[in-house]
Design a protein around this ligand. Structure first.
Ligand code: ACO
Length: 382
């Protein structure tokens, strides 16, 4: 029986697994994937290479990356009956619900019942990375009454996803920023959805079920939805000149008002992902113009630094990612599915790690109920 004093709500600071996948130091804004700083990867790598790095543990050779890239491209298409399922989904449903259901269904078309065969596990790993963009874009298009497009094997992962959504190729700057967003969201130590993936994986559930569980966990507003909220907030403010009166009014009504996209349980300085995303987004904005939401975000960041900086509250990656997605033309409710398209690489890395020397998760509880209660027959109850 556990001791009440041992109980930590939300398992805060309780180690739940040993992991070599990523490292985070929130006081120094350090996030490393397999020892490599995430900002270096965002500038210089690709999502395909980062997926390999996370899952396999080290950078691929040229040949390994070429083969992996080819194998991913071959697994982008989804079964025509899965497309039919997606077409039958309610168009006003949330894309995360569509993704959750489709990923579980994917496992029925490409079975991987046992997780003891490394060849099948690797095939499922590649299919999950490759097919998630296809599923997300398929739902995004069918609900607009548009045809589902076939993946393009001549485009890279980010470029193909953009094509599947919009039916045209992205400009080099848009492709780069989308690729960087996927890299920056690919992994983040033991967060709720990663923990979910490890718990489901520990039951030896198949990888599609395991990823579907993680997607369900990511769908919650406390986890994946902050970028949507941040964008709504910038739109509500309406422009950089309105930032101060907006925040003054919010704080007058509620001194504990939470500005969306700032603050983090772990980071006490500006999130390195936010800094590098801004840098790459600036290149994209140079092609057109800076959106009003971005100008508003910059002004709000300045104001918040004076108010919340001393408490260690600074922008996290979601302060800017919604602005970037919206500038690309991506609908707001597709922001979290893009998070899933990226994070599936991290979840799969943790799933693989979990399977090595696996032990099923079975934590203890603090019992707060009653014992020795009598069963009263229904007719005798008041
Ligand atoms: N705006 C204003 N004040 C804030 C904010 C914020 N966004 N975040 C924290 N604070 C203040 C709190 O009011 C509190 O102040 P106090 O000490 O005077 O009472 C103090 O900072 C600590 O706040 P907590 O909520 O206890 O911090 P916690 O670590 O539990 O919360 C969280 C972290 C949930 C991310 C919080 O900062 C928040 O709600 N931020 C806005 C939502 C957001 O951007 N979420 C995305 C997180 S990143 C991600 O998931 C990819």
């Amino acid at each position: 029986m556990s001791n009440e004093s041992e109980y930590k709500p939300g398992l805060e600071d309780v180690p739940a697994a040993k992991s070599a996948v990523s490292f985070l130091d929130g006081k120094k804004a350090v996030l490393e994937y397999r020892g490599i700083p995430v900002e270096v990867l965002a500038r210089e790598s690709s999502f395909e290479e980062v997926s390999w790095l996370l899952i396999k543990g080290s950078l691929p050779t040229q040949k390994e990356l070429a083969n992996f890239d080819r194998d991913l491209r071959q697994r982008r298409s989804i079964h025509f009956r899965l497309k039919d399922i997606i077409r039958c989904m309610p168009g006003d449903g949330h894309p995360m619900d569509a993704l959750h259901a489709s990923v579980a269904a994917l496992g029925m078309f490409y079975p991987c019942h046992t997780v003891t065969d490394p060849v099948k596990n690797w095939d499922a790993t590649m299919r999950l990375i490759a097919a998630l963009p296809t599923v997300v874009a398929a739902f995004a298009r069918t609900r607009r009454g548009e045809e589902i497009l076939e993946p393009r094997a001549d485009l890279d992962h980010a470029g193909n996803f953009y094509y599947l959504l919009f039916g045209k190729e992205p400009s080099p700057a848009i492709r780069k920023v989308l690729d960087a967003c996927l890299i920056l969201h690919a992994e983040h130590t033991m967060n709720a959805s990663t923990f979910t993936a490890r718990v489901t994986g520990s039951t030896l559930a198949n990888p599609y079920q395991t990823m579907a569980s993680a997607i369900g966990s990511l769908s919650g507003p406390l986890h994946g939805g902050a970028n949507e909220e941040a964008l709504r907030q910038f739109d509500e403010i309406g422009g950089p000149e309105k930032v101060k009166p907006w925040l003054d009014a919010k704080l007058a009504a509620n001194p504990k008002y939470k500005v969306m996209g700032i603050g983090h349980r772990v980071y006490k300085v500006k999130d390195a992902r936010a800094t590098v995303l801004q840098e790459i987004a600036e290149h994209m904005f140079a092609e057109s113009s800076r959106p009003k939401s971005y100008e508003t975000a910059l002004e709000l960041e300045k104001l918040c630094a004076t108010i919340y900086g001393p408490k260690g509250i600074y922008p996290n990656v979601d302060f800017f990612s919604g602005v970037v997605y919206s500038a690309i033309g991506i609908p707001t409710d597709v922001f979290t599915p893009i998070f899933a398209i990226a994070r599936v690489a991290g979840w799969l890395a943790h799933w693989n790690e979990q399977l090595v020397g696996n032990r099923i998760f079975r934590p203890e509880q603090i019992f707060t109920g009653k014992n020795d209660q009598k069963y009263i027959p229904l007719e005798q109850r008041p």
